[in-house]
Design a protein around this ligand. Structure first.
Ligand code: ARG
Length: 391
């Protein structure tokens, strides 16, 4: 910690807090990376904050911060690979064309011809008044639309509200069960706009089963790349509201949840019936049996096309390795048990039998209020930006 006197700063609570956060973050960075001259950097940051109300992080600070934000993501079982994430610095991006290019570039590089690599594309941080220069409205870059039709929902029910927003903005879907939504973005103070992702950048895996030949005809599929685009990256007190990042899928995210959940694609009854099971009786084990085959099919299908995916067994082993690795370095792993334990075969996995502390550390990724639920930034002077950790 520097011995700098705070009386030299603007008499503002938030400015002091920002400097405190910066100190904490930079101290961590310099310590873990064994770097000299922390004091000098802190003085520089203090001056910048004093003058402008905020400070600019260096690319080295960002690379460290993003990795540690992943390391600190209590709900993520895939954290063994926290050091491998690559950053694309797009903080200067200001035009529609540049955003498009950045998004397309992310999809292409991250997919890596099936050998998926973790990437984060960093757009401009929140300004000193708490406004986001850019927001991406989608919760992931690639998601399927949901339409109401005859009292039912066609597509992914989780995207119903967002799909309505897209339709209001003038987007037109084809009306299939798997229509990829457009990317909706918004510059500060401007209306939202959207663009489509070219189909060659949307890698989809048709689901088939190694033994059940009828599986293919169900027409199930999922996209290969989960790119979360609505979370706020916080590091050193700086908030990056647009920082889409990806890993690769764990099979149960698709097999158990996206395709299996009753309030998502709800495919278990269909699969159970095809398996010849009675889904109308008292015996509900058809759910377990269909669940297993669906997950097995998803894993098999990704593998067949050579697209990266882990399963819950492998992920649990890797997570335990991550814990051991961290402990060896004197760090305790924080984790949210409810999220870490996969939704299938929990008790067969070592993570199930492990207790965790669930403290939120910084840097981290936070949930944000959906952009369309914000107060109008033009008519309100209040800070519309509020991040929360949902626990
Ligand atoms: N569960 C989300 C989905 O099914 C993805 C969350 C991030 N997952 C990941 N493997 N990086 O789309």
């Amino acid at each position: 910690m520097t011995s700098l006197k705070f009386s030299t700063f603007k008499n503002s609570k938030s400015v002091n807090l920002l400097y405190e956060n910066a100190c904490e973050f930079l101290s961590l960075f310099y310590k873990e990376s064994n770097l000299p001259h922390l004091k000098e950097r802190l003085m520089e940051v203090a001056d910048e904050i004093n003058e402008s109300g905020t400070y600019t992080q260096t690319i080295d600070e960002i690379e460290f911060g993003v990795s540690v934000a992943w390391r600190n993501s209590n709900r993520c079982i895939g954290r063994l690979f926290w050091k491998s994430i690559k950053i694309v610095d797009c903080r200067k991006v200001k035009t529609v064309d540049e955003i498009k290019k950045a998004v397309f570039n992310h999809l292409e590089m991250a997919y890596g011809n099936g050998k998926i690599k973790p990437f984060l594309t960093l757009f401009a941080p929140e300004n000193k008044n708490g406004f986001a220069p850019l927001r991406i409205w989608n919760n992931q870059l690639i998601r399927y639309a949901a339409y109401r039709s005859e009292g039912k929902i066609l597509g992914d029910p989780a995207q119903l509200e967002f799909t309505d927003k897209c339709l209001e903005l003038g987007w037109n879907g084809r009306g299939t069960e798997f229509d990829v939504l457009p990317v909706v973005f918004q510059f500060e103070g401007e209306n939202p706009a959207f663009f489509e992702i070219p189909s060659h950048l949307i890698k989809e895996i048709p689901i088939s089963h190694p033994d059940l030949s009828w599986f293919t005809a169900l027409g199930l599929k999922w996209n290969a790349l989960p790119v979360i685009s609505d979370m706020v990256l916080e590091m050193g007190g700086i908030h990056y509201p647009a920082a889409p990042f990806n890993g690769w899928y764990m099979v149960t995210e698709i097999g158990a949840r996206n395709l299996g959940d009753i309030n998502r694609y709800n495919k278990l009854p269909l699969i159970a019936e095809k398996m010849g099971l009675n889904i109308g009786g008292k015996d509900l084990f058809w759910k377990d049996r269909a669940m297993l085959e669906l997950n097995y099919a998803v894993k098999y299908s990704f593998e067949k096309l050579g697209v990266s995916m882990t399963d819950h067994h492998e992920a649990s082993i890797q997570f335990m390795k991550f814990i051991a690795q961290e402990n060896k370095l004197g760090r305790e792993v924080m984790a949210d048990w409810v999220w870490i334990v996969p939704p299938v075969s929990g008790s067969t996995l070592e993570v199930f039998h492990t207790n965790f502390e669930n403290k939120v550390l910084s840097p981290n990724f936070y949930y944000n209020t959906p952009a369309w639920k914000k107060v109008d930034i033009q008519t309100s002077k209040k800070c519309p930006f509020h991040i929360f950790s949902k626990k």
